[in-house]
Design a protein around this ligand. Structure first.
Ligand code: NAD
Ligand code: TYD
Length: 365
C-alpha cells in the first residue's frame, strides 16, 4: 500500500536520493525544504513532474507552515534530512547549525507531536518520525578501536556534530516523554551524485578538472567509512517500515579509507578517463594545507543491528560506485554550473584562500 511521506530537507544530497527512490516505489512524497545554498530543486529533477511528488518551500522551524503541511498532506511518516551539514562551515560559525539542527528540529518535533496527538488511534499507531543523523555524534576513534555501535557514548567534537547530537537527544526525549514514535539513524560518510561540492569527493573531482589544488587537511591520514548514497537510502526505507520505535540504527559502508587514499583513487580514475595533455597525473595537484581544528581522526560503523534485525546489506562496492560517482560529476556540467554559484565561490575563497600555509607534496607518480 502506498504511503504519504513528508521529507524535510529533501532537496539536498541524501534527501533527494531518498525522495527519488520513494516516488519510484509509488509512495506520495511532499518535500519541505528551505533551499539553502545546499538545497536545489534540480536535485529532484527525476520526480518533479510526477503526480506522486509535491514541494513546499520553507523552514522546519516554521510551525504554521509545518502544521498546514501535516493537516493537508496527512503523512504516515516524516523523514527529517533538513540540516546544516558541513563541518568546516560550522567551524566558521555555528549559528545556522544551532538554528536549524537544534531549534529547527525541536520545533519540527513539537509541531508534529501536537498534530500527532490529535490523530485517530490507528493513524497514531502507524505514524513514524525518522530523524537522519550521523556517526560523527560518537566522536573520534583510534586506529585500532572497535567501530561505533548504537551503545557507543555520544562525544561530539565539532559544532556540527554537537548540533546533531543535540537534535538526536531531542528526538529521544520526544519518544520517552510523549511517546512520539521516533526512529534515529546514524550513518557514515555518503558519496554519490548531487553532493554539494564543498564535501571531499565532489570538491576533489571538480578542483582536479579545473586545474586547481586538491587541498588535503593535515596529513591526509584521517579515516572515514564511505557508503554509497543509494545504499544508505535503502537502509532508511527498511528502518522506516520495520525499525523498532525509539531505537537508533547505525549504517556504515564497511569501507574505511584515509582521505589520501580517496584522493589518489579519484586521480587514478581521472588519469584514465580524461588524461592530462602533458601526461602528468592529477595527483600532482595535491596540496597539504593546515589541518581542520578538532579534526576527528577516524569514524567506523558497526552495522550489525540494521543487518541482523532488518535484513539490510549494502549493494554497491566501492571502486565501481566511486567510478560511477566521478563520471557523474564529469557528465553533469549543467548541474555543477547551477550549484557552483556566487555563494559557492565565496565559500571557496573563505575556506581555501590561505594556501600560503600549504606545502606542496613530494610526488611519486
Ligand atoms: P545537504 O546539506 O546536502 O542537504 C540539506 C538539505 O536541508 C538542503 O536541501 C537544505 O536546503 C535543507 N535545509 C537546511 N536547513 C533547512 C531548514 N531550516 N528547513 C528546511 N530545510 C532545510 O545534506 P546531506 O548531506 O543531504 O545530509 C542530509 C542529512 O543527513 C543531514 O541531517 C546530515 O546531518 C545527515 N548525514 C549526512 C551525511 C553525509 O555524508 N552527507 C552522513 C550522515 C548523516
Ligand atoms: P567532509 O567531506 O567535509 O566530511 P566530514 O568532515 O563530515 O567527514 O570531509 C571528509 C574528510 O576529508 C575529512 O577528514 C576532512 C577531509 N577534507 C580534506 O582533507 N580537504 C577538504 O578540502 C575537505 C572538504 C575535506
Amino acid at each position: 500500500m502506498s504511503r504519504n511521506i513528508l521529507v524535510t530537507g529533501g532537496a539536498g544530497f541524501i534527501g533527494s536520493c531518498f525522495v527519488v527512490q520513494q516516488v519510484e516505489a509509488r509512495n506520495n512524497v511532499l518535500v519541505l525544504d528551505k533551499l539553502t545554498y545546499a538545497g536545489h530543486l534540480v536535485n529532484l529533477e527525476p520526480c518533479l513532474h510526477s503526480s506522486k511528488f509535491s514541494f513546499a518551500p520553507g523552514d522546519i522551524g516554521d510551525a504554521e507552515l509545518v502544521a498546514r503541511c501535516l493537516k493537508e498532506f496527512r503523512p504516515d511518516a516524516i523523514v527529517n534530512f533538513a540540516a546544516e551539514s558541513h563541518v568546516d562551515r560550522s567551524i566558521h560559525s555555528a549559528e545556522d547549525f544551532v538554528r536549524t539542527n537544534v531549534l529547527g528540529t525541536e520545533q519540527l518535533l513539537r509541531t508534529t507531536k501536537d498534530w500527532w496527538q490529535g490523530l485517530e488511534p490507528e493513524a497514531k499507531k502507524k505514524f513514524r518520525f525518522l530523524h537522519i543523523s550521523t556517526d560523527e555524534v560518537y566522536g573520534s576513534l583510534d586506529k585500532n578501536s572497535a567501530p561505533f555501535t548504537e551503545n557507543s557514548p555520544y562525544a561530539p567534537n565539532s559544532p556540527y556534530s554537537a548540533s546533531k547530537a543535540s537534535s538526536d537527544f531531542f528526538v529521544r526525549s520526544y519518544f520517552k516523554t510523549y511517546g512520539l514514535p521516533t526512529l534515529i539513524s546514524n550513518c557514515s560518510n555518503n558519496y554519490g551524485p548531487r553532493q554539494y561540492p564543498e564535501k571531499l569527493i565532489p570538491l576533489m573531482v571538480l578542483n582536479a578538472v579545473s586545474n586547481k589544488p586538491l587541498p588535503i587537511y593535515g596529513t591526509g591520514l584521517n579515516i572515514r567509512d564511505w557508503i554509497y548514497v543509494e545504499d544508505h537510502c535503502e537502509a532508511l526505507d527498511l528502518i522506516l517500515s520495520k525499525g523498532r520505535m525509539g531505537e537508533s540504527y547505525n549504517i556504515g559502508g564497511e569501507c574505511e579509507k584515509s582521505n589520501l587514499e580517496i584522493v589518489y583513487f579519484i586521480c587514478e580514475i581521472l588519469d584514465e578517463v580524461i588524461p592530462k595533455s602533458d601526461g602528468t597525473s592529477y595527483s600532482r595537484q595535491i596540496k597539504f594545507v593546515a589541518d581542520r581544528p578538532g579534526h576527528d581522526f577516524r569514524y567506523a560503523i558497526d552495522s550489525t543491528r540494521v543487518k541482523k534485525e532488518l535484513g539490510w546489506t549494502s549493494r554497491h562496492c566501492f571502486p565501481e560506485a566511486l567510478r560511477k560517482t566521478v563520471l557523474w560529476y564529469l557528465d553533469n556540467s549543467e548541474w555543477t554550473k547551477q550549484v557552483m554559484d556566487e555563494d559557492y565561490r565565496k565559500w571557496l575563497h573563505q575556506q581555501y584562500q590561505d594556501f600560503d600555509s600549504s606545502k606542496s607534496m613530494e610526488q611519486k607518480d
